[in-house]
Design a binder for this molecule. Structure first.
Ligand code: NDP
Length: 277
């Protein structure tokens, strides 16, 4: 049976093994998929020792995975400078990035949002932000403001996007002067370790939509802020997680699973966990 895995740190919370097991049952494909804890120092060694035919890579390893592919990456991974899906090719790896397509599918198909001509705020410039930024631009948004704690990382992301008219890098201190956004996306990992720096209420209004790429408890602080700031619609990262996983599954197995029943089951479970609290 071929083996697959997701690598990251922390990884115990990952829903990816559950999602891929559900896809495998649905499509009748024999495989196993486990979560493997790995930090920057031990990622390459643990990947090599795992014997997997393919892997997902999550925080904080997406830029490491890009480097590991030594240039053998898809166009969208190259534009992102980050890899979330690895496919074994001979003795090496081919890298792809399904995060952006996953987010855009979730927002447009599941939540019925029209992204065209939207003014978009992206908080964070790590692996996830790198994956979603090109896909948002390709979906026809009007402009993208990338804000990051380390400003040089926001600058590097915007430079890589190569759209000086539409994509802009700013520091957190610029937020009060930026006005209202149609779509606000939290792509930081702040709620896992520290806390998100304060956000001005004026960033959002009644027509704004807020998205946290995290899900479960980690999404609560930003989405609570968004509700308080008047956003009409808030979305967590569960739908994106299922959609990006389906794209990885397609790359590995040549079949795109039906994501709706898997998303419905996970949402129910997340509701149950929140209620149990
Ligand atoms: P990375 O480690 O690559 O990047 C983390 C980002 O968060 C950086 O921009 C970092 O800023 C910022 N950050 C961390 N702590 C703080 C803080 N206290 N204040 C402000 N900014 C902070 O992680 P990823 O980009 O891979 O993941 C980010 C989030 O997105 C995670 O919560 C992850 O679970 C989620 N995600 C969800 C997916 C889904 O399918 N739903 C897919 C991928 C990711 P700096 O550069 O200054 O360190």
């Amino acid at each position: 049976m071929p083996h697959y895995a997701v690598f990251g740190s922390p990884i115990a919370h990952s829903q990816s093994p559950r999602i891929h097991a559900a896809f495998a049952r649905q499509t009748g494909i024999a495989m196993d998929y486990v979560a493997i804890e790995a930090d920057h120092a031990r990622f390459a060694e643990k990947l090599a020792a795992s014997g997997v035919a393919g892997a997902n890579v999550t925080l904080p390893l997406k830029e490491d995975a890009f480097a590991l592919c030594a240039g053998n990456v898809s166009a969208r991974a190259r534009r992102a400078g980050a890899v979330n899906t690895l496919l074994r090719e001979g003795a090496g790896w081919r890298g792809d990035n399904t995060d952006g397509l996953g987010l855009v599918r979730d927002l447009t198909e599941r939540h019925g949002l029209d992204l065209r001509e939207r003014r978009v705020l992206l908080l964070g410039a790590g692996g996830a932000a790198r994956g979603v930024a090109p896909a948002l631009l390709d979906a026809g948004i009007h402009s993208l403001y990338v804000i990051n704690r380390s400003p040089e990382r926001a600058d590097a992301l915007v430079d890589a996007l190569g759209e000086p008219g539409r994509a802009h890098a700013r520091g957190w201190d610029a937020l009060p002067a930026l006005g209202e956004f149609d779509l606000l996306i939290n792509a930081t990992s702040a709620s896992r370790g520290g806390s998100l720096p304060p956000l001005p209420m004026a960033l959002a209004g009644p027509r704004s939509v807020a998205v946290d790429l995290s899900y479960g408890e980690a999404a609560v602080p930003f989405l609570a802020w968004a509700r308080a700031a008047g956003c009409s619609h808030v979305v967590d990262g569960l739908g994106m997680l299922v959609e990006q996983a389906a794209e990885s599954f397609l790359l590995w197995h040549g079949v795109r699973p039906d994501t709706e029943p898997v998303y419905a089951a996970l949402s129910q479970r997340a509701d149950a966990l929140v209620t149990a609290d």
